[in-house]
Design a protein. Structure first.
Length: 533
């Protein structure tokens, strides 16, 4: 059985496929626009459903539409805001007909033993025969061919009408974080049998796709065989966890550290056996440069080293060299001798990447920073003396931010923020020579910049450079809702042809980290042989 859906209806399709009736129900009744959108989804159901039992399903759809229309008729203006309704047994009873109808609709998707989601991407690849398009992943003809193999309930095939600009549109599907982390390998298919047993399988052409669905025809437990197929052509990847602004020694960091350890351990467990990983800390590892805070950090550092086999790479933040991060006189910062001299480079020869490590605290009052021409000049010497530098991806690592970072919706203003203007506050935190340094990065063909400092996760692109900000990995940030935080970390995946960066954050302590809803950054090393984003 196949179903073709619009990107706008991805959440609805995911909720129905996994029997999340209440989630679907809340979304439909959240606004008049949502109601209208869902009714359009039902109107188009006949055109988008492919099955040998289609007419039986359409009878169910007609009954569902009638039930939902009846429930809408009792609502002034067709649909009222869900937030304005007091949820009680009376409300549930009033909409019980709609809930039953959604349950019947969900049963259509749920009944298939194996479920799958096609993950298309634009473009194609080049080989000796010429350019091969990836358009087959969104083609109706392709879906018809797949459904011929699975007309009944043996497999559900969900096909988006177009390739998404933001992969996180599919975030409502369980285990999607595995597919998102491997966005550089799309097009692909995410298969699952229940929420725990799943397989992510990249494909390059239509014949490969058809072969995967033929496997399901013959295997009693096809997920295991699909995983074997995926492993056959798989190449190992290298992951860089970016942590920042840990502030060991500050209040309640010990609780946050315990939670952070669990999040990282859980994330590492999803990697394949032959994948490698390392940690990069972009400043402010401690609240103030003291023996006690450095010991706390050292214990955490040893934990990270045990996880990946390498000590974390650390650059200086203003709190690492000044008491509580404040420099009252420029040029008098107390450098923490534990971290060494700057600038310096870290070569990742297997991944053909070089980390350029800078100390952005060479000058500046308060929490300001500066790279300085001396560091730029010396880093230039290091690069010019490095072998085969043209073959390497260059990633700059520092603490201070280079570009303005917008204030997110979750942000809660502290008392000092309320007294001083945003412009004046930013002035006390800026990198003095940000424009000059950005010009240097452009001339040296640096493609990525990793930094921290403002405790706000963010990513943007400027003049071909992907600038990646990590928030506070221990949640040292004000949240407008009491009891909430924003513990964040970033994950950079370096594979043979691409670099993918994903931002993660946990807002409710213990609630689980999720990828933040911003477009994922994918940098392609060889644009002649892989698709262009």
């Amino acid at each position: 059985m196949g179903y073709r859906f619009t990107l706008e209806s991805a959440n609805v399709v995911a909720n129905l496929t996994f029997g999340r009736i209440m989630s679907c129900y809340r979304e439909i009744y959240s606004s008049k626009e949502s109601c209208d959108s869902f009714m359009y989804f039902l109107d188009e159901f006949n055109r988008n459903m492919y099955s040998n039992e289609k007419e039986r399903y359409m009878r169910t759809i007609r009954e569902i539409k009638m039930a939902l229309h009846n429930s809408f008729d009792g609502i002034p203006g067709r649909c009222r805001s869900y937030e304005n309704i007091e949820y009680d047994e009376t409300f549930l009873s009033f909409h019980r007909q709609a809930l039953k109808a959604l349950g019947d609709l969900s049963a259509i998707f749920e009944r298939c033993a194996v479920k799958s989601l096609l993950l298309p991407r634009k473009g194609g690849y080049q080989n000796y025969r010429g350019f091969n398009s990836y358009d087959f992943m969104t083609s109706r003809d392709t879906l018809k061919k797949l459904v011929r193999l699975h007309e009944g309930d043996s497999c559900l095939i969900l096909q988006p009408e177009e390739a998404p600009k933001q992969a996180v549109i599919f975030d409502a599907f369980p285990n999607f974080e595995v597919a998102l982390r491997q966005a550089d390998l799309w097009p692909a298919v995410l298969f699952w049998d229940g929420e725990e047993d799943f397989a992510f399988v990249p494909v390059k052409h239509e014949n490969e796709l058809l072969y995967l669905y033929e496997i399901i025809c013959y295997e009693r437990h096809p997920i295991y065989e699909l995983r074997r197929v995926a492993e056959r052509n798989r190449k190992a990847s290298h992951y860089i966890f970016q942590l920042s602004d840990l502030h060991f020694g500050a209040k309640n960091v010990d609780v946050a550290e315990r939670r952070l350890r669990t999040l990282l351990k859980s994330h590492l467990s999803t990697f394949e056996v032959d994948d490698t990983s390392q940690f990069v800390i972009t400043g402010d590892a401690v609240e103030s440069p003291k023996n006690s805070t450095e010991n706390d950090y050292r214990n955490f550092s040893e934990y990270l080293e045990e996880r990946c086999g390498e000590p974390p790479i650390r650059v200086l933040g203003n709190h690492d060299i000044n008491n509580h991060g404040i420099a009252l006189f420029p040029g008098r910062q107390r450098i923490a001798n534990i971290v060494g001299d700057y600038p310096k480079i870290e070569r990742l020869d297997e991944q053909k990447a070089i980390l350029l490590l800078f100390n952005s605290n060479t000058n500046g009052n308060f929490a300001k920073g500066e790279i300085g021409t001396a560091q730029m000049s010396e880093m230039g010497n290091l690069l010019d003396n490095a072998e085969n530098i043209g073959d390497y991806l260059l990633i700059a690592v520092l603490h201070h931010h280079l570009l303005p970072i917008p204030q997110p919706d979750f942000y809660g203003r502290k008392w000092l923020d309320k007294i001083l203007s945003d412009e004046l506050m930013d002035k006390t935190l800026e990198l003095i020579d940000a424009d000059l340094f950005m010009e240097w990065l452009t001339q040296r063909n640096v493609k990525f910049v990793l930094h921290g400092h403002k405790h706000i996760p963010f990513k943007t692109e400027h003049n071909g450079i992907h600038v990646i900000a990590c928030g506070s990995s221990t949640g040292r940030v004000s949240h407008k809702e009491k009891g909430k935080t924003y513990m964040s970390y970033n994950l950079m995946k370096i594979s043979e042809n691409a670099v993918t960066v994903t931002l993660f954050a946990e807002e409710l302590p213990g609630g689980g980290a999720r990828n933040i809803y911003l477009p994922e950054t994918v940098y392609l090393r060889d644009e002649a042989s892989v698709h262009k984003s």
